[in-house]
Ligand binder design. Structure first.
Ligand code: SF4
Length: 284
């Protein structure tokens, strides 16, 4: 039986005390151990930011990519070796600002990777600037008169992009986080998790954990909902009365690797499948 400790490196995280990312690190190690995935079969691709350091703290293959480019690299890794468990991870700035152009394409391809965004509603590494999920009215180092841009809603966004697995969880509830991670990794397709992972240093202090906890509604404790109903999921994602956590939406569809394997060449003659001959048609 595997233990969570086997999946952690000896490196001491450089995160601030109380950072939500500690909970995410613990949850990844526990989820890998519960699923008994061999360490050499896991690849974690991260971007740039405090949370993206997580790849260095897990004893799996890691790729600390350039800012916002987790998904294209993770896609390449998965296509090169479909047997690997591929995880993409990063923060809300890395995902929803710099890397935003890649998200709809990963979702519409249904590439079988798990994408976890540690959403703290701020840029932490660069000392507290407004991010795409910062609520209106908060003060940050880049908005001394308060933020006035409307924040994006990652859950509604992913539902609109037709992602086949959309979930939210909270770094202050490790058990829930582990359960959601396991379900995401087991999903045969693109699994998206927005993890509320507070930055007490630049966004709300330690009391933000209590504030989030008071607003959370755990959908996983409410059986009977049709998980494949996108309209219901949209309604839950849009709620202003509570913060939903749990799996909002899940449907089974062919993943990208399966689709690619089933493709057939346009012609049936041997020439139509001869790569050298095809390439020569492009040479003047
Ligand atoms: Fe965590 Fe914020 Fe510190 Fe970065 S700045 S390590 S996000 S608490």
């Amino acid at each position: 039986m595997s233990t969570a400790a086997e999946y952690k490196t000896d490196l001491k995280p450089v995160w601030c005390p109380g950072c939500g990312d500690f909970g995410v690190l613990a949850a990844f190690a526990q989820a890998f151990a519960r699923l008994e995935i061999p360490r050499e079969d896991i690849v974690m691709v991260t971007g740039i930011g405090c949370s993206s350091r997580i790849a260095g703290y897990l004893k799996v293959y890691g790729f600390n990519a350039i800012h916002g480019r987790t998904l294209p690299i993770a896609t390449g890794v998965k296509l090169a070796n479909p047997n690997l468990t591929v995880i993409a991870a990063g923060g809300d700035g890395d995902a929803y600002s710099i890397g935003m152009g890649h998200i709809p394409h990963a979702a519409r391809r249904n590439i079988a990777i798990t994408y976890l965004v540690m959403d703290n509603e701020i840029y932490g590494l660069t000392k507290g600037q407004q991010s795409p999920t910062s609520p209106v009215g908060i003060y940050s180092s880049s908005t001394p008169f308060g933020t006035y841009d409307q924040p994006i809603n990652p859950l509604q966004m992913m539902l609109a992009f037709n992602a086949t697995f959309v979930a939210q969880t909270f770094a202050g509830d490790t058990k829930h986080l582990v359960d959601v991670l396991i379900r995401a990794i087991q999903h045969r397709g693109f699994a998206f998790i927005n993890c509320i992972s507070p930055c007490p240093t630049y966004r709300g202090g330690m009391q933000i954990f209590k504030e989030i906890k008071a607003r959370v509604r755990n959908l996983d404790e409410e059986p009977g909902r049709d998980l494949a109903n996108r309209e219901i999921a949209f309604g839950l994602a849009a709620s202003k009365d509570f913060t939903p956590i749990g799996v909002l939406y899940k449907k089974e569809e062919k993943d990208y690797g399966t689709v690619l394997e089933s493709l057939k060449p346009r012609g049936t003659s041997p020439d139509s499948q001869d790569l050298d001959k095809i390439l020569k048609t492009f040479i003047a």
